[in-house]
Design a protein around this ligand. Structure first.
Ligand code: ZN
Length: 147
């Protein structure tokens, strides 16, 4: 398993053992990985702390997410989070996605990533919301920028 931990927070790797098995499974076999041929919107997110890169592609019809994919490279948490998040938002209204926050993401991934891995976990949510804002021709709000 790829680990992005710096020596300072290396001890956090131990927590990997107790992370939900589902999370590890989603990292090893990510769902919705790849690109959409004709996305309505896409957004690339980068986490400089860890080097995670995630691009989310949305296929939206009548304001509803018909299909979603993500592409990129990142640590276990960032990939697992993107996999579980993209599964969770299929069929959702674009307005619901615009209102999603960290609490919603925690429920989806089933863990609290802690401060050291916070931006690994939230990167896919930021990219997803970024794509939704682009679709709606709205500027990214300050809450999403902080993710
Ligand atoms: Zn990371």
């Amino acid at each position: 398993m790829i680990c992005c931990c710096t020596p300072v927070n290396q001890h956090r790797c131990d927590y990997m053992d107790i992370y939900a098995e589902e999370l590890i499974d989603n990292y090893e076999h990510p769902h919705n990985k790849g690109k959409l041929e004709h996305p309505n919107a896409e957004f690339h997110g980068h986490n400089p702390v860890c080097g995670d890169d995630i691009t989310v592609y949305l296929d939206i019809i009548d304001g509803v997410v018909k299909d979603v994919k993500f592409d990129g490279d990142g640590c276990s948490i960032s990939i697992a989070s993107a996999s579980m998040l993209t599964d969770a938002i299929k069929g959702k209204n674009i307005d619901e996605i615009g209102k999603m926050g960290f609490e919603d993401l925690k429920k989806i991934i089933g863990i609290d990533p802690g401060p050291a891995r916070l931006h690994c976990a939230t990167l896919s949510l930021k990219a997803l919301k970024g794509a939704a804002f682009i679709y709606e021709h709205k500027p990214m709000d300050s809450e999403t920028k902080k993710l």
